[in-house]
Design a protein around this ligand. Structure first.
Ligand SMILES: *Cc1c(COP(=O)(O)O)cnc(C)c1O
Length: 408
């Protein structure tokens, strides 16, 4: 997708990008300093509504909050989705602060500390256990607190999904319990006093191919149907993962959500209803819910020409948006979509290189991009910044102040 297509999703007011209904220069004045991240409430709501309108009604939507743990964003989503997935003790507290029912919170991730597992058991959330050690620790926490731990088993599937930006299932993995070990473990812990609700399979992240996502979901239902025979109670919780991707570069095509949804309708109405009738299927999404709703806004500090190449030096950079810079020198770096936010619709005729303010050549935000003529004090906006931005970046690197974050 092209930068102007991303700008169109937000809209413009008098030639400026509009975020949360405010022209960008006005928003920047309201925030009071650059750089900043801004998340658009209307776009967040629209994204949830769109998912709801195409997914089967029986499917519950979970927000994987590590994508964007800003409390206001989590609060906004808490009342619109069905569940929140957390990945740490701090995220657990943020999720519970929204007032969501504890049973609607799940906790996944390898290496949960004993203290975090104790927090989770005390809260009564679903702990997605990823190893025999975690099972032991959850049982110990339950004994100590006098509570029945609620768990699901995260399973490392016996299949791998191609085409994911990040593969997190199949082959050897730090994630989940290998599928072939699950029957033995369920037998071993059958009378350990655990409330085993079901299973979680997460095959990978940032996938833009509907057919591959659909195949992973079909194979997950197959796998779990087999594992269900080893469980005393019926499967009530079936976390199918997610992995829905968003387009970051011009070459990326958006995910065909209708195709994913229609395959999921067939799966839910067919094999899932027949083989796991009491299971609530859950789709767990991070970046697909929030990624496209956010922008990163920086101000041009300097415009300089070096041996024929024009540089725009902005007041932000890789310390706030590591992925846009290319993750510390990734082999093939592609530009994230960016525009001059206070003059979106001006004609583009200026080839420039947009760099951040860090003292390293890795701090590159736009390599040889064509923009409207931009100068000092103009606002450069990078799109697709609602997920894995601020909290996934090395903010301490070079010691600049932290950027603001607003939900408008
Ligand atoms: C990170 C993560 C997610 C979210 O991934 P996205 O690509 O942001 O959708 C979902 N589930 C689990 C278990 C995760 O670890």
């Amino acid at each position: 997708m092209k930068p102007l297509e991303h700008a169109a999703a937000f809209g413009t007011i008098d030639g400026e990008l509009s975020v949360g209904g405010l022209p960008l220069s006005r928003l920047a004045a309201r925030v009071g300093s650059t750089p900043f991240f801004a998340y658009d409430r209307g776009l967040l709501d629209a994204r949830v509504e769109r998912l709801r309108s195409v997914l089967p009604a029986r499917v519950e939507l979970s927000y994987a909050m590590k994508a964007n743990p800003m409390p206001a964003v989590v609060q906004q989503l808490a009342s619109r989705v069905d569940r929140i997935d957390v990945a740490s003790g701090l995220e657990l507290r943020t999720a519970l602060d929204t007032g969501i029912r504890p049973e609607s919170v799940s906790f996944a991730g390898p290496g949960k500390a004993p203290a975090e597992l104790r927090q989770a058991v005390a809260a009564g959330i679903i702990v997605e256990v990823e190893s025999p050690t975690e099972i032991e620790r959850v049982i110990a926490a339950g004994d100590e607190l006098g509570l029945t731990p609620v768990v699901a088993l995260r399973v490392n599937p016996d299949f791998a999904v191609k085409g994911s930006g990040m593969r997190m299932g199949g082959g050897p993995q730090q994630f989940g319990i290998d599928a072939e070990q699950v029957p033995g473990l369920l037998a071993e812990y059958a009378s350990a006093g655990l409330d085993v609700r079901g299973f979680h399979v997460f095959a990978g992240s940032q996938n833009l191919d509907a057919a591959i996502i659909a195949e992973a979901q079909r194979r997950t239902v197959d796998l779990v149907s087999g594992l269900a025979e080893h469980l005393a109670a019926p499967v009530r919780y079936l976390n199918l993962g997610g992995g829905f991707g968003i387009p970051y570069t011009e070459r990326d095509r958006p995910l065909d959500l209708e195709a994913v949804a229609s395959a999921l309708h067939e799966l839910v109405d067919g094999p899932l209803s027949e083989r796991l009738p009491e299971a609530t299927p859950v789709i767990e999404l991070g970046r697909y819910l929030v990624g496209e709703c956010g922008v990163y806004v920086t101000r041009v500090l300097d415009r300089k020409v070096s041996r024929g190449r024009t540089y725009l030096v902005v007041d932000g950079g890789m310390h706030h948006q590591l992925a846009a810079s290319g993750n510390f020198g990734q082999a093939i770096r592609r530009n994230y979509p960016l525009v001059v936010g206070n003059r979106v619709e001006a004609s583009e005729d200026d080839a420039v290189t947009v760099v951040g303010c860090l003292c390293t050549p890795l701090d590159l935000l736009g390599d040889d991009v064509v923009l409207p003529d931009a100068d000092i004090d103009d606002l450069i906006v990078i799109f697709q910044q609602g997920a894995y931005g601020l909290t996934a970046s090395p903010t301490a690197f070079l010691g600049h102040p932290a950027p603001a974050e607003v939900l408008v």
